[in-house]
Ligand binder design. Structure first.
Ligand SMILES: Nc1ncnc2c1ncn2[C@@H]1O[C@H](COP(=O)(O)OP(=O)(O)OP(=O)(O)O)[C@@H](O)[C@H]1O
Ligand SMILES: [Mg+2]
Length: 243
């Protein structure tokens, strides 16, 4: 399988081939009428986003309110619909023949009523050395927003600050960072057969209140900004080192 450019769908399929990683992947389908109807009948909320998405542009959150009422949220705007068919027709116009994917929506844990998730950077100094989680940051969404990206008003916290303030159950907090790093490394390893020469990834992971982990996506050209000075220094060392 050749994967070029940004392609969330292909990367999802590649990761899904790894059995150990599967429980951590967010259920994903390609956008079409049948998949949209199925996903929305099975789930209380779904996410529809561009397959080649960037910086949380055009990410639609669709919620079922009751059997006949739906709301679609894009950025801070909400639009109400009285049937699934009407939601479909609206989305179809917005999507207009470009490539989109549908995901189950993960109900992320919160800090002070704001959603948050985590970005982990994975690097290896040579293609023969093991992957390492070299940096991570917690991204907190702006109040009222569903996406955590800094480009959409989110801000950054250290992992410990985030844990102290979050509504994640206390028993789960202690092992969480190690678990996040292990799952991230598992994902990088799962892609080795497709990208044997890759030495850098960025992975976005949502955490639920119960401490469970959910991979939204893996990026092949992650930004190396927004980490602590110490972490950024390390990122550079790994990037430049070629043994
Ligand atoms: N299935 C989902 N459930 C809940 N929240 C989601 C889901 N998918 C995305 N999000 C939220 O939206 C944010 C952006 O989504 P995603 O990382 O898939 O696209 P992107 O940011 O546009 O891509 P890139 O990181 O390449 O710029 C996630 O970090 C997360 O906060
Ligand atoms: Mg992202």
């Amino acid at each position: 399988m050749k994967i070029s450019g940004r392609n969330k769908w292909k990367l999802y399929l590649a990761m899904k081939r790894n059995k150990e990683l599967r429980p951590y992947l967010v259920h994903t389908k390609k956008w079409n009428k049948k998949n949209f109807e199925r996903m929305l009948s099975k789930n209380k909320s779904i996410v529809v986003k561009p397959n080649k998405g960037l910086k949380a542009k055009n990410i639609y959150f669709i919620f079922k309110r009751n059997s006949k009422s739906y709301v679609v949220q894009l950025y801070e705007n909400k639009i109400y619909f009285s049937s699934r068919q009407r939601v479909y027709e609206y989305m179809k116009k917005r999507i207009n023949n470009t490539s989109y994917i549908i995901q189950k929506r993960i109900k992320m844990a919160k800090i002070d009523g704001r959603l948050f998730d985590i970005r982990v950077i994975l690097q290896r100094k040579s293609i023969n050395l093991p992957w390492e989680a070299t940096a991570h940051k917690v991204r907190v969404a702006k109040k009222g927003r569903m996406v955590t990206n800094a480009s959409k008003g989110g801000n950054i916290l250290s992992f410990d600050e985030a844990m102290n303030q979050s509504n994640i159950s206390n028993e789960e907090k202690g092992y969480l960072l190690d678990h996040i790093k292990d799952v991230s490394i598992l994902a990088a390893n799962a892609l080795n057969r497709y990208y044997p020469k890759k030495r850098l990834y960025g992975i976005d992971i949502g955490i639920k209140k119960d401490g469970s982990l959910h991979i939204f996506e893996i990026n092949r050209k992650p930004s190396l900004k927004g980490f602590t000075d110490l972490q950024e220094q390390r990122l550079k060392e790994y990037k430049e080192d070629k043994r």
